[in-house]
Design a protein around this ligand. Structure first.
Ligand code: GRF
Length: 191
């Protein structure tokens, strides 16, 4: 069993589903910590409600991104963290963390990559009028949403979908699968 860090910036519904599986003893994890980079995001509230340690880092408190990630790194080392799982963490990871966690940083993105990279993936898929989108779990490298794909799941787009309905259906699937894929990665099982 390993210790893992979840990085989040917003609502934290994926963080919640990972914590739920952990609390039900389904996750092959000893300890979860949450790293956030926004003040009072709902993910932090979820951490408080679920008795999970939350560290908050504001980029504006640091000289630059380098110093910011170095202080995150110190916490990860202190907490003996083996894997980082991004779940709605809205900033790029740099070489400071990537070099220390080689193939140990994983992201979930709400599109079938390599289509629709970036923060507006759900809106972009709708605007493009694709009939199939979904989510992708992938390794993180220095380019946005570009690392090797680990797992993908498709979600149909309906004619009457708007951003909210489509995002919700994608997230429902994310919540079903992310913790299961996390388990496989940690156990070294084939996905
Ligand atoms: C998810 O849809 C994930 O794919 C993307 O950001 C969203 C985060 O949602 N990277 P939440 O904060 O987990 O509710």
């Amino acid at each position: 069993m390993v210790n893992i860090a979840i990085f989040a910036s917003g609502n934290g519904s994926n963080f919640q589903s990972i914590v739920d599986s952990y609390k039900q003893n389904k996750l092959f994890v000893n300890k979860i910590i949450l790293i956030t980079n926004r003040k009072n995001c709902y993910a932090s509230q979820r951490a408080i409600d679920n008795n999970i340690k939350n560290y908050n880092f504001l980029l504006s408190n640091y000289k630059d991104k380098r110093e910011y990630e170095e202080s995150i790194l110190k916490v990860l080392q202190k907490e003996n963290i083996s894997y980082i799982f991004l779940a709605g963490y809205m900033t790029m990871i740099t070489d400071i963390l990537i070099n220390k966690f080689k193939n140990k940083i994983i992201n979930i993105h709400p599109s079938l990559l390599p289509s629709f990279k970036g923060k507006d993936a759900v809106r972009d898929a709708l605007n493009y009028k694709v009939y199939l989108t979904g989510f992708t779990i992938h390794y993180v490298n220095e380019e946005m949403d570009s690392g090797q794909i680990i797992f993908q799941k498709e979600v149909k787009v309906y004619k009457n979908d708007n951003i909210d309905t489509l995002r919700l259906r994608i997230q429902e699937q994310e919540h079903i699968y992310y913790w299961k894929i996390i388990n496989k990665i940690i156990k070294g099982e084939e996905v």
